[in-house]
Write a protein that binds this ligand. Sequence first.
Ligand code: FAD
Length: 284
Amino acid sequence: MPYDIVVLAKQVPDTKRVTGDAMKEDGTVNRAALPAIFNPEDLYALELAIEVKERFGGSVTCLTMGPVSAAEVLREALYRGADRVALITDRRAAASDTLATSYILSCAVTHAAPYDIVCCGRQAIDGDTAQVGPQLAQKLSIPQVTYVSDVEEIAGSLIRVRRHTDYGMQVVEAPLPALLTVTDKAPEPRYPAMKRVMKYKKAMSPAEAEARGLPSPMGDMLIETWDLDTIGADIERCGMAGSPTKVKRIQSIVLTGSGYHEVQPTQEGIEGLVHELIEDHTIG
Ligand SMILES: Cc1cc2nc3c(=O)[nH]c(=O)nc-3n(C[C@H](O)[C@H](O)[C@H](O)COP(=O)(O)OP(=O)(O)OC[C@H]3O[C@@H](n4cnc5c(N)ncnc54)[C@H](O)[C@@H]3O)c2cc1C
C-alpha cells in the first residue's frame, strides 16, 4: 500500500562554521555572516521518508517555511528524491515563535494533504527547542512518535518504529496518520543523485525566476510558493501577533576552562573525585 509523506525541513545557519562576526553586538546571531544549510536532522527525516517510499510506494513532499532564499533546501530535497516541494513564505510570518511556526506549518501540511506520515527532524540547530514537531502533531490532532531512528514495518494503517533514547531502544506502534520526529541515529542520508542534480538545478520559485529575469518555471521545475492566505492561516495566530514568547535577555556565553587537576587512577583518587563531584552537586 502506498504512503504519502510530508517532510518538514528548515534552513538554518551553519553553527559549525561560526566565525568572529557571526554574533552581533547585541548577542543575536548575524545570519548574514553564516552559510545557510539544510538542518542536519531534517536530512535524516527526508532519508527516512524516501526509504519508506522506496519500500512501500507513495510520494514525498518537502515543505519549508522561511525567506525566499530557503528555496535552496527545497532544491536539495529534489536532488535527494522528493517528488514535490513548497516554500511557505510571507512577511506576516516573521518573528514567529514555535507556537506560531507550528500553527503555520499545520496549515501548510493540511494544504498539502493527503498525508499518511509527517516527518520532522527532532530539533533545529539554531532555534534548538525541539518543540515544533510535537506542537505540529497536536495541531494536526494526530499521534506523534519522537526520537525515531527507524521504520520497522507499515501494515495498512499501522506503523511500527524504533525510538532511540538516552535510556535505550523502544519499539512503538502508532495508527496512521502519524508524525515522527527523526534523529541522527536514523539511516545516513544519501548523497544527491547526479542525474537529479542536473535535472533540478533549474527548479525555481517564481520569485527567484523574477529576480533573474526568467519566465516563471512550469511543471516539476516549479518550486511552489505559498503565502499565509494560500494555506488558509488565521493572521492573528502568525508572526508577532501569534507569538506569546517574550525574549527578556540574550546572553553570549563563552565557556572557558579554568585549569585542571590530575586524578590518580587509584581507589583513593577515584573516591576523592566522586566526593568532589557530589559536593559541588555535579552528581548525587
Ligand atoms: C520571540 C521569538 C521571536 C523569533 N523571531 C524570529 C524571527 O524573526 N526570524 C526567525 O527566523 N526566527 C525567529 N525566531 C525563532 C523561531 O521561533 C524558531 O526558529 C522556530 O519557531 C522553530 O523553532 P526551532 O528552531 O526551535 O525548531 P525545532 O522545534 O527545534 O525544530 C524541530 C523540527 O521542526 C521542523 N521545523 C522547524 N522550523 C521549521 C521551518 N521554519 N520550516 C520547516 N520545518 C521546520 C524541522 O523538521 C525541525 O527539525 C523567534 C523565536 C522567538 C522565541
